[in-house]
Design a protein. Structure first.
Length: 695
């Protein structure tokens, strides 16, 4: 449907489905609602001033959790209602929801409740479903569980307020924001109430908790909140009590968490002696898209229709923050490559093993002993050769069973040719060189191409004659040697259609790089070099390959090209298809999340407009480490035109190759099934709406 928030400035997070959420952990005092209300209001107002649309507080935060039998004192309960009124008054004129915990009397019973407050009124009250009454917990002594309630509303401040666990709170101005609250123990049971809430449409699940701390409990909370967020495809806000609760027999750490779709977005400092608040801009559009994409989510809702019948929706007004400032979340420049060094190394190991194991299976199943590969001295063939070497080691076969050929053409630089020979020598494969220029000249002459008559015409025919001749040689060599041809082309090239169709680098018997994007391949090679898996000499040549321009080397360099024996290729791929570091970013968010160009441009700006975001390993620091909206718009248009309009027919008949990551593959037998004759107009039109300058 049309973007209802398109009137907002382009760089406003709400326009692109982001909502700022906050979890506050106030310092409190036991049985002092006046003090607790004051601290709650202070943190709420500060969070609202910082652009938060939702602010969650701990369980029983207005009274404190450790009141025990003081909860049966009418005076305390009355003052808690007064404290709630103070919070209600504070929300007048502010565009943020406050979710606070307090004890409430309903139907002559006492309930442990979450009150949802916005715009100067209580929108609703949700009671705790599961009361722990084991170990150090005795809540059943003071409180009634939610199912003990008879009434579906409660009278507060001269209003009848919805009461129950079957409530969703939806913002009219941001319909993707739908809230539901549960309380502490509700998350610890086999089927938390928030599971049904998510199936009913809640996108933001809030847990008001007190949760004392014991050894290992913080990590377990992480797992609970993260898994619930992941399987519910929702944001999950978790608050817990901190300093100020009674330490009679317990201790408190004040842990606060914000998860989105299973991924941690923000976490508080534990054991803080002061009140504190965490923030995160949560991508609700992403969550809603994931629910649509994962049809098992809808199937689960269908299986639980009985539990979802009769749920009530409370709509409320919530204006977008006027000046939210910079996006409060990390948008990775390299979504296929983890920023954390340890995680990055583990990713490299896992990807490498997926590629190697898949090739091992193919060779064993096909009863094939040898593999043929073309080695250019560039990035992709280098990585593929490293995979082949590991596969032979795992099969206990000599690396000489790798039949590697470097095939210089009319534009091969002395640099890449030297790198190819040195690489093959360090790997220990069977290495040979075949000069394809004579056979290319023959074909060009057969075609009556101007180049055959001595004219410097370097058109697409000239390029593809060379690309096709290389692949033709490889296939015939494989026939001759009883081998299969290993493909080297990567995911980024396939997305952009940067491959010669049919008898060209588009084709192989098995493509180990099929779903590995260029940025990840670059780091994989960097990782192998850092691990010194090929020794010092091998690492040296790998580092040289990493600093070599990405090029098909099909068009000769100009007369001014350097002639020092280490010249860079004259043809630069990124001059045509755009910078891979940015195009991989676009690829990930368009294919993995289904985002439109405007959303992708917004994310790209958040990741790339600042020159000094990092640090990153040298392998991933491209020549351009800063892009403004004008650059992003230009290259995004190139991407959507090439991806949606001109290259699907190439992807419709790609060879087998392993999927390595959740970022997706483009195999027609796997993640991406698309018509070869679709139009790119709707994506091109949306790119046109992206401003060339910041708001």
């Amino acid at each position: 449907m049309p973007n209802r928030l398109s009137h907002l400035p382009f760089l406003h997070p709400w326009r692109h489905g982001f909502v700022r959420l906050a979890v506050a952990v106030p310092r409190n005092r036991v049985a002092d609602p006046v003090f607790n209300a004051g601290e709650t209001v202070r943190l709420y107002e500060d969070a609202a001033d910082q652009g938060a649309s939702v602010v969650a507080f701990p369980e029983l935060g207005l009274s404190a959790y450790t009141c025990d039998d003081l909860f049966h004192q009418a005076t305390l309960l009355d003052r808690c209602v007064d404290a709630l009124h103070a919070v209600v008054q504070a929300t007048r004129g502010r565009d943020a929801v406050a979710i606070v915990g307090l004890p409430l009397r309903v139907d002559h019973r006492l309930f442990n409740c979450a009150a949802i407050v916005a715009g100067g009124q209580v929108l609703g009250v949700q009671p705790k479903t599961y009361l722990p009454n084991y170990a150090e917990f005795y809540e059943g002594r003071q409180f009634a569980a939610a199912d003990a309630a008879v009434s579906t509303s409660v009278r507060l401040f001269d209003q009848d307020v919805p009461f129950g666990t079957d409530l969703l709170f939806r913002a009219r101005q941001q319909p993707l924001l739908a809230l539901h609250c549960e309380i502490c123990e509700d998350l610890w049971v086999p089927i938390p109430p928030s599971s049904y809430a998510a199936l009913a449409g809640a996108t933001v699940l809030v847990n008001l908790s007190a949760s004392n701390i014991t050894i290992g409990k913080a990590a377990y909370r992480h797992r609970l909140a993260g898994l619930q967020s992941g399987r519910c495809l929702a944001a999950y806000l978790y608050s817990s009590a901190g300093i100020g609760e009674s330490t009679t027999d317990l201790a408190w750490d004040g842990q606060a968490l914000i998860y989105e779709g299973g991924e941690l977005q923000a976490e508080s400092e534990r054991f803080s002696n002061v009140s504190h608040t965490i923030f995160a801009d949560v991508d609700l559009e992403r969550l809603v898209h994931e629910r649509m994409r994962q049809n098992s989510f809808g199937a689960s809702a269908a299986q639980h229709k009985a539990q979802l019948a009769g749920w009530r929706t409370v709509e409320f007004d919530l204006a977008p923050p006027k000046a939210p400032g910079a996006l409060r979340r990390t948008v990775e420049r390299f979504p296929y490559v983890p920023a954390d060094a340890a995680t990055r190394d583990e990713r490299c190991r896992e990807v490498f093993n997926i590629q190697v194991q898949s090739l091992v299976q193919r060779l064993e199943a096909a009863r094939i002993e040898k593999v043929v590969i073309g080695v250019s001295g560039g990035l992709d063939s280098t990585h593929a050769l490293l995979v082949l070497a590991q596969a032979m080691d795992r099969l206990n076969r000599p690396r000489s069973h790798i039949l590697a050929y470097t095939m210089p053409g009319f534009a091969t630089s002395t640099r890449t040719l030297d790198q190819a020979h040195r690489l093959m020598a360090t790997v220990g494969c069977t290495a040979k060189e075949i000069d394809i220029r004579p056979s290319c000249r023959q074909m060009l002459a057969d075609l009556d191409h101007p180049f055959a008559r001595g004219e410097p015409v370097y058109d697409i025919t000239f390029e593809n004659v060379q690309a096709g001749e290389r692949t033709s040689h490889l296939f015939r060599l494989a026939n001759h040697q009883g081998a299969i041809v290993a493909g080297t082309g990567d995911l980024s090239e396939l997305a952009l259609g940067w491959c010669t169709y049919g008898v060209g680098d588009h084709m192989s018997h098995y493509n180990v790089n099929a779903s590995v994007p260029k940025t990840l391949i670059k780091h994989m090679v960097h990782w192998v070099a850092a691990q010194k898996l090929l020794g010092d000499a091998g690492s040296a040549v790998l580092h040289e390959i990493l600093t070599t321009e990405v090029s098909p080397e099909l068009v000769p360099a100009g007369a001014d090209a350097p002639a020092d024996g280490k010249d860079q290729p004259g043809q630069r791929t990124e001059d045509t298809v755009g910078p891979y570091e940015l195009q991989d970013f676009h690829l990930y968010h368009i294919v993995r999340h289904g985002f439109g160009p405007a959303k992708v441009a917004f994310l790209a700006h958040a990741a790339w407009h600042d020159r000094d975001r990092g640090p990153w390993p040298d392998a991933l620091q491209g020549a351009h480490n800063q892009y403004g909206l004008a650059d992003i718009k230009k290259h995004l248009r190139t991407f959507v035109w090439r991806f949606f309009q001109t290259s699907q027919f190439k992807r419709s008949c790609v060879p087998n190759g392993p999927k390595v990551g959740s970022g997706g593959s483009l195999s027609p037998r796997g993640d991406w099934r698309a018509p070869s004759d679709s139009e790119a107009r709707v994506w091109i039109d949306e790119v046109a709406t992206i401003p060339a300058e910041e708001d």
